[in-house]
Design a protein around this ligand. Structure first.
Ligand code: C2E
Ligand code: MG
Ligand code: MG
Ligand code: MG
Length: 279
């Protein structure tokens, strides 16, 4: 039937087959060994600070550098990894990679950037078998002040006291907390009172049409005004054009992130972008 519907329908049919195959067999069989074989890679996307003399932020984003399939984006394996209970392992792996890069930059005497790391909500409180990030940072003689954790609103909303306690512990140790994809979750704002949040990252769905949409502009302005009064810095995600960047600068966002400035870069390219190191 798919064939009768023409070429594109046939492709779609194949894509569906492909994705269920991906989900069921490929991911399960290969993700575990991908971790062992270090096929997961971390790319860095610069976050441009609007405050002068403070330009060094970047977000660490995982990619799967598959030997046959090439670069697989996180959206194609993180949801499955989350369902299989493997997301903690991936987040720990990414964290270790970031630490390794931070150490290399420090040893070169470079003004080391602050790195944002995504941490999934899954089992946020459960520490069994999980790397203790604070202990690891101490072992590596890295300052926890260099790390920001990006977590979604739903994580912050979790009532589990264990999650809360871990977050407070990280926060007390000077790790910064960023609320990722702000404005897209079902949440009250009560966590902003209870948690000491450092950054709100406004989801790119509010940025995309900001040039034409008065509503989106109103929302971004309101979030930015509120954040200033709460002493929270706002970062706009998904900035793709100069016009968007101008609007967001005028609104008073603290940081801008998006393809307009740079895509997420492999570490060697990121080093050239940030520090002008060419290897
Ligand atoms: P996120 O944390 O909201 O990361 C931002 C995403 O937006 C990235 O997608 C980035 O490439 C993309 N992006 C940045 N600028 C632009 C732009 O100007 N336009 C558009 N259209 N997109 C832009 P990516 O790398 O595919 O990651 C997708 C999501 O996967 C991330 O969203 C994050 O939720 C998750 N993720 C990535 N790495 C990790 C990780 O190590 N651990 C966990 N738990 N989640 C991760
Ligand atoms: Mg993020
Ligand atoms: Mg985000
Ligand atoms: Mg987002």
């Amino acid at each position: 039937a798919a064939k009768e519907m023409g070429g594109s329908a046939f492709k779609f049919y194949n894509a569906e087959l492909e994705s269920s195959w991906l989900a069921r067999t490929f991911i399960i069989n290969e993700l575990e060994s991908a971790l062992v074989r270090e096929e997961l890679d971390v790319h860095y996307q610069p976050i441009i600070s609007m405050a002068e003399h403070e330009n060094l932020y970047a977000e660490a984003l995982v990619r799967w550098n598959h030997p046959e399939r090439g670069m697989i984006p996180p959206s194609d394996f993180l949801p499955q990894a989350e369902r299989m209970g493997m997301i903690d392992k991936i987040d720990d792996y990414v964290f270790k990679r970031v630490c390794r890069d931070l150490q290399r930059w420090q040893s070169k005497g470079i003004n080391t950037p602050h790195i944002s790391i995504n941490r999934s909500a899954h089992n946020f409180g459960g520490q069994r078998g999980r790397l203790d990030w604070l202990a690891y940072l101490a072992e590596q003689s890295l300052s926890s002040g260099l790390i920001t954790l990006e977590i979604t609103e739903s994580t912050l909303m979790q009532k589990q006291s264990e999650s809360r306690m871990l977050l407070h512990r990280l926060r007390d140790a000077d790790i910064k907390i960023a609320v990722d994809d702000f404005g897209t979750g079902y949440s009250s704002l009560s966590y902003l009172k209870e948690m000491d949040v450092d950054f709100l990252k406004i989801d790119r769905s509010f940025i995309h049409d900001i040039e034409d949409s008065e509503d989106d502009r109103a929302i971004v302005e309101a979030i930015t005004d509120m954040s200033k009064r709460l002493d929270i810095k706002v970062i706009a995600e998904g900035v793709e054009t100069a016009v968007q960047a101008d609007i967001l600068k005028n609104i008073g966002c603290h940081g801008l992130q998006g393809f307009y400035y740079s895509k997420p870069l492999p570490v060697a390219e990121f080093e050239v972008y940030m520090f002008g190191i060419d290897r």
